[in-house]
Design a protein. Structure first.
Lengths: 500, 320
């Protein structure tokens, strides 16, 4: 008997040695220099490969400016510069834009970029069955002409100062391409290598790229479903960079080891909102909304959720938007004033409301914080935990809620408050007029002035409670450089990343 | 025996048909619309309508069901609502992770469990017999994911020996890499499986060792091991086979947990993503595969049991 056990133990050891000794020939793998492959860890696997068919945040992260390019590009500083368009002429009434295309640009399939491709690419977004989140922003496009192969003329139904900015999200794809959900054909510095569902996407440098060659030999996006697996992957060397850290717990091990890791905090556009239903239910009452806003110590909340990271913002406008101003003092934390406002609105004895809380981080923790903070002023919060999908149906589509928590990712999205049919239900004629006028402004100065005025009103009315701005944290091995820090709209251009 | 196998096959097919109906119905009871997965956060009613048309959720349920069954009869599992990719190749790609993981862990567990269970039974009066028995008890009590997390912390992060997560992009092209990625998940699954199988082996062996014919063999001079091997194995193995079937099936289904701890692109992660995105074709595909797997494993266990144990073949009730 004894010999059997020994034999078993021996074979077990042999097996584990054999496994440990296997060479890692194909996996992950960063050597160094310009041939090195960079492995990037992310939580956002694309749902599919198209940004007009519900590909989600993940496809923007992996493809925007890497595989696909627009006529314009949104830089890490929030500024828009020309990319596939080399010159832009705007008519004096602001209704006609004439773009000249860059010469010598080829799609990955080898076809030459022409004005017909640009026309059809814009029309894919504005088409009736388009599922693009940009559809309504580009609804001003009335018609598109292509007088020759290198010229595109776009006619707008009304002035739209954000038009060029909005074009930075329109990927230019070949006019005859139909399988964009599962294949790609862009003009960017990389082509799609493999997409292994549930696991990874690899990008390979495109040999005939018109611009600057990538600084690396290709990249691999590795996808994870939990923040802890993701940070383990960086700690164990499987990936070189992780695109965003979603919990402060995961962060401490990297900040503690500065010799090995670089932790960079950039500007973020992701806002955590306590959104009231301003159109029906208790929160139609402005004083009540102001009371709730004044009852929440946003600094302490942020500290509880994120430690020393993130910022308290005070409105929907993040510092990277041109119309940012510091409004944190409006409806600031003041429990005494909160109680007074509650009394003024006829709720001196407190009241109860239901908070629809998405089940994923950080909302449940935020909800609990709000519950205990509001209890101190006599307000009871019923936390109703719902899935992302339920949120979409119940809150977003049916407006069937009293208050909810949600993260709003996009920049320049204060304009949502100009739409009374949006789920916020905020209906203020002055704000709507300012938002509409701002879009038709003739200069950015005028646009800024109008949106600032609108935002001041929105904040004064406590249309929502803007709790904080998420931190935008990228962590990498210390020898990895050249990535963007700000992650505006989830894009993560990789062609400048190197491993030294 | 042939009659039995045929009848058992008939039951298999009927169960499968029933399972199909249940799978379809259960998914439709879930709140939410699959079209939502395609939509951005500011979709217009037109966009919602277009998305519903695209995924077919605007059709009556009966029509959706008939369409699905029709597809399956052509061995077509449909196309994912969200990714636009056909489900079948995706499933196949997941199976090359989940099946080896389950089977290798199973074989490992059976081998170790037989030895451990036998020693724990045969030496139930010695300290190491008691110790082994205690350890198996502990193994059952510990949750699978905890063992996984522990192994990652120690083996990958502290010792830097094996990868903490993931599976090679090129699957089994480099078997060494694939095995390396699966090593910790396999051990994780095997530990828990071993513990529970060993408990059954131990009690089966205890029963047999107490039997008269083994005592007689021992009295004639055979060692415990040889008396058991020659005269006891068959009777001890019968109850264990039934348990093995159940263990294998539940491990296959339970791979969801291990796969998420190790970020493996297996069947489990496909199921979870599918559910999050309301991607009915993917969920149906995964459930179909796992239902077939469980039914076939159950079928195989029954047949093997019958081959091993002649008593089952002759008894009246055993022929049902």
């Amino acid at each position: 008997m004894k010999t059997q056990i020994v034999a078993l133990a021996a074979s077990g050891i042999a097996l584990s040695l054999a496994l440990a000794g296997c060479s890692s020939s194909g996996n992950g793998g960063s050597s160094s220099g310009s041939d090195a492959t960079v492995a990037i860890g992310s939580l956002y696997e694309p749902t599919n490969l198209s940004n007009v068919d519900g590909g989600g945040q993940g496809v923007n992260e992996a493809f925007q400016d890497n595989v696909y390019e627009g006529l314009f590009r949104l830089g890490d500083d929030g500024k828009v510069t020309a990319l596939l368009a080399t010159s832009t002429d705007t008519s004096s009434d602001g209704l006609t834009y004439t773009f000249t295309l860059r010469k010598g640009v080829e799609f990955h399939s080898g076809a030459k970029l022409t004005s017909a491709d640009v026309k059809s690419s814009i029309e894919r977004v504005t088409a009736e069955d388009s599922q693009s989140s940009r559809k309504s922003s580009l609804a001003v496009v009335q018609s598109i002409e292509t007088p020759d192969d290198d010229t595109v003329v776009v006619h707008l139904s009304q002035r739209s100062i954000s038009f060029v900015y909005n074009l930075s999200y329109v990927w230019i794809v070949p006019a005859d391409e139909t399988k964009l959900k599962t294949e790609e054909d862009g003009t960017g510095p990389y082509t799609l290598g493999t997409w292994k569902r549930g696991s990874s996407i690899t990008l390979k440098p495109f040999a005939d790229y018109w611009g600057k060659k990538p600084a690396n030999g290709g990249v691999e996006f590795d996808y994870f479903t939990s923040a802890s697996t993701l940070s383990n992957a960086l700690a164990s060397g499987r990936v070189d960079v992780i695109t965003s850290i979603q919990s402060p717990d995961a962060l401490s091990r990297f900040t503690a080891d500065t010799a090995k890791y670089t932790v960079s905090e950039g500007d973020s556009t992701t806002k955590e909102l306590l959104a009231f239903n301003d159109a029906k239910g208790p929160f139609t009452d402005v004083e009540l909304r102001q009371a709730i806003s004044a009852a929440v110590d946003r600094k302490a909340l942020l500290k509880a959720i994120w430690g020393d990271y993130g910022t308290v913002n005070g409105s929907m406008v993040p510092p990277t938007d041109p119309w940012y101003e510091d409004l944190t003092s409006v409806n600031a934390y003041d429990p005494a004033k909160a109680k007074q406002l509650l009394a003024d609105s006829g709720h001196a004895d407190g009241f109860t409301f239901t908070l629809d809380t998405p089940s994923y981080d950080p909302h449940p923790a935020v909800a609990q914080y709000l519950q205990s903070a509001l209890e101190k002023v006599g307000v009871t919060v019923d936390i109703n935990t719902i899935s992302a999908d339920e949120w979409y149906t119940k809150v977003y589509q049916q407006h069937d809620f009293e208050a909810t928590l949600q993260e709003h990712v996009n920049d320049r999205d204060v304009v949502f408050y100009g739409n009374p049919d949006f789920y916020f239900g905020y209906d203020n004629a002055d704000v709507q007029k300012d938002v509409a006028d701002a879009e038709q402004a003739t200069s950015e100065g005028q646009q800024t002035e109008l949106l600032q005025r609108a935002n001041e009103q929105i904040v004064e009315d406590a249309a929502s409670a803007w709790l904080y701005l998420y931190p935008q944290i990228v962590v990498s091995d210390e020898d990895v450089t050249g990535y963007w820090k700000n992650g505006l709209n989830a894009q993560f251009p990789v062609s400048g990343i190197t491993v030294s | 025996m042939t009659v039995y196998v045929l009848r058992r096959l008939g039951i298999l097919v009927l169960s499968l048909a029933a399972a199909l109906v249940v799978v379809f119905a259960l998914l439709r009871i879930l709140p939410g619309d699959p079209a939502n997965a395609l939509l951005a956060a500011n979709a217009t009613p037109d966009q919602v309508q277009a998305a519903r048309r695209e995924v077919g959720s605007d059709l009556p349920l009966a029509q959706q069901f008939v369409h699905w069954i029709g597809q399956m009869l052509h061995l077509d599992l449909g196309t994912s609502f969200t990714s636009g990719l056909p489900v079948l190749p995706d499933l196949a790609q997941r199976l090359v992770v989940t099946v080896p993981l389950t089977l290798i862990a199973f074989v490992l567990a059976v081998v170790v469990a037989c030895v451990v269970g036998f020693v724990a039974a045969a030496r139930a009066d010695r300290w190491y017999g008691v110790l082994l028995s205690g350890v198996t008890q502990l193994g059952i009590a510990v949750p699978v994911f905890w063992i996984g997390i522990l192994l990652v912390q120690v083996v990958s992060l502290q010792w830097g020996l094996l990868p903490s997560s993931g599976f090679p992009r090129d699957d089994w092209t480099y078997p060494g890499d694939a095995l390396e990625s699966l090593a910790l998940p396999i051990v994780t699954v095997a530990v828990v499986m071993t513990a529970s199988i060993a408990r059954y082996v131990r009690s089966a062996v205890l029963d047999v060792l107490g039997a008269d014919h083994i005592r007689t063999a021992r009295a004639l001079g055979a060692s415990t091991a040889s008396a058991f091997l020659r005269h006891g194995v068959r009777s001890a193995v019968v109850p264990v086979i039934a348990v093995l079937g159940i263990e294998l099936a539940s491990t296959f289904l339970g791979a969801v947990v291990v796969e998420s701890v190790f970020a493996l692109p297996g069947l489990g992660s496909m199921l979870i993503t599918g559910i999050e995105q309301h991607d009915y074709p993917s969920i149906q595909g995964v459930l179909l595969v796992s239902t077939v797997a469980v039914l076939v494993i159950g079928f195989a266990a029954d047949v093997v049991q019958r081959i091993v144990d002649p008593r089952l073949r002759t008894s009246v009730s055993g022929n049902r």
